[in-house]
Ligand binder design. Structure first.
Ligand code: UDP
Length: 241
């Protein structure tokens, strides 16, 4: 399972979508799919709108969250379009809220069947409910689909650091953290609710730079890229070599 934050689509613009970033993300996903790894992607939407800005707009939070969720659908459709243009894999977009004219509704068993058939599954609309973000949706869907790991593609940072690397030039990147350590250190890698859910269910996560070429593929090949957050006892052994 890959979580693409909306910012991964923005490129230098910092808002909306950038065609260069879209092509890059498409190539990265296909490079994982080529390994015969089953790939599902949860889309963020913060490149368009975030529910937490509701007060600034003078609108209700639930309304704002609905707008945010619609943004994730736009990213999913853009990615589907770009993946389709590469003719490299069959793709399905599934939405948490039914939008039958543009995508399939998310049905867990159907998503699993698509993955078994080698299709790339793009999951949009979060969990379809307000007051959470797509980080939470990514953890929930990763658990529902029993994925081996959740790959968190971040914008402008290549892992989890002991201090903010943008303001602390000497900040040190963690290569590994347990869920408990991540919670105790209050790392700003994802929403706390999402991190708690991942910790409760021992979901292995990898944090890496969305802009890095080959990072997703290298993680799937067992290489140490970015930061791995996992229970010590459930960490898979690294492959030989
Ligand atoms: N959102 C929501 N429910 C969900 C997922 C997302 O209400 O299950 C809304 C929420 O307002 C969020 C916005 O959609 O801010 C966009 O998602 P997010 O901020 O997680 O995007 P990202 O930061 O990954 O780009």
């Amino acid at each position: 399972m890959v979580k693409l934050s909306g910012e991964a689509f923005t490129g230098a613009a910092g808002w909306g979508t950038d065609p260069v970033s879209l092509v890059h993300l498409t190539e990265e996903i296909l490079s994982v799919h080529e390994l015969d790894v089953q790939v599902a992607v949860v889309l963020g939407g913060g490149n368009y709108f975030r529910g937490r800005t509701a007060a600034a707009w003078g609108i209700g939070r639930a309304e704002a969250d609905a707008i945010g969720m619609l943004g994730t659908v736009m990213n999913a459709l853009l990615l589907r379009g770009e993946l389709a243009a590469h003719h490299a894999a069959d793709v399905r977009v599934m939405t948490a809220t039914a939008m039958p004219s543009v995508a399939e509704p998310f049905i867990r068993l159907r998503a699993l069947r698509h993955l078994d058939h080698g299709l790339i599954v793009l999951l949009a609309g979060g969990i379809g409910q307000p007051y959470v973000t797509t980080d939470y949706a990514a953890v929930q869907r990763a658990l529902e689909l029993e994925t081996d790991a959740l790959l968190l593609a971040k914008h402008g940072v290549d892992g989890v650091y002991d201090h903010d690397p943008r303001t602390h030039p000497g900040a040190i990147r963690y290569t590994e953290l347990s869920h408990r350590e991540a919670l105790a250190r209050d790392v700003q890698v994802m929403d706390t609710t999402a991190l708690v859910l991942a910790a409760e269910h021992h979901l292995t996560m990898h944090v890496f730079d969305a802009a890095a070429t080959g990072a997703m593929r290298a993680i799937c090949q067992g290489r140490d890229i970015g930061t791995r957050i996992a229970d010590h006892e459930t960490r898979p052994p690294l492959p030989e070599g």
